[in-house]
Design a protein around this ligand. Sequence first.
Ligand SMILES: O=C(O)CCC(=O)C(=O)O
Length: 268
Amino acid sequence: MKKFEVDQIKDAISYFNENGYVVFRNSFDVNEGESFWSDVENALNNGTPLKFSHYGKIYTNPDVPLEGFKIPRIIDAETHIESARRMMLHPIVRNFLRELYDGQEPTCLQTLTYKYSSEQGAHSDKSLVAPPYASSYDRESLTASWFAIEASDERNGALIIYPGSHRLEKRPIHDGFGDDYGAFVKHCIDVCLEAGCKPISFRAEPGDVLFWHGDFVHAGGPILAPHNQPTRRSLVCHYAAIPEGKGSDDPSWERVPFDGATYFRACA
Ligand SMILES: O=C(O)CCC(=O)C(=O)O
C-alpha cells in the first residue's frame, strides 16, 4: 500500500480524491501514541466516566459491557483526556484537512477509541455520522482519520478498505433497511463488488494515519489470531468543514476552540 510522507500534502490530496483514502507514515510520534494509550488505560482503571457505544446503546465506565474479551469502542475520550484532544487535532490532521477544506480549519465531530478491531461490517459513514449537535453539517465534507497506535494486520483485525468506493452511489442507512444493519452492510459490499472495487487490508505501522472520505466503504476486519486476543489499538476521528462562528445545533453541547481548530463537547 502506498504511504505518503507528511510533507507530501498536495500529492496526498490528489491520491485521496482519486482513491477515497490516503495513508501518511511516521505522521505522529509513536511515544505520543503510547502516552495517549496510557491515559486511556488510566482513565478506564480510575473510574473516569468514559462512554462506550455497544450495539446502539451507551454505557458509562466502569459499567463496561464485554463482548467476549473485548471492550467496545469509547466514544468521548476527548471529553476527559487532554492527549486525545491533541491526537484528534494533530498537525497531520490540521495540515491535510486545511488543504482539503480550501483553507478552513477542521472541526472534530467525534472520536472513537478502539482497543480491538470492531469487526464491524462494511459501511460508509456518510449516513451514520449524525451527531445531534452538528445535525446540519455539510456531509460532503465528512472525513475520517484512523491513527495506528500499534501495528495491525489480519491477525488483529486490520481495517478493510474498498479503494474507489467513495465515487459509487449507495443507499443511506435510513433508505429501506429498517433495523437490518446487515442488509446495509450487504448493500455496501454489493455496490463495491459490482463496480469492481475489491477489498484490501490496511497493514498499519504505529505512527501511520489513514484518512478516508465520508462515503468510503470500510470495515473492521475479523480477528484471525487463533488463540490469543490481540489488541489493535487505534483512534478514529470524524471531521467536517463547519463555518467559523457556527455553534452547536444542540444546546447541551458546545463547539469549542482547541489550538486554532474546534471540536464539540457536552456542556458541563
Ligand atoms: O477500526 C475499526 O474497527 C472500524 C472503524 C470504523 O469503521 C469507523 O469508525 O467508522
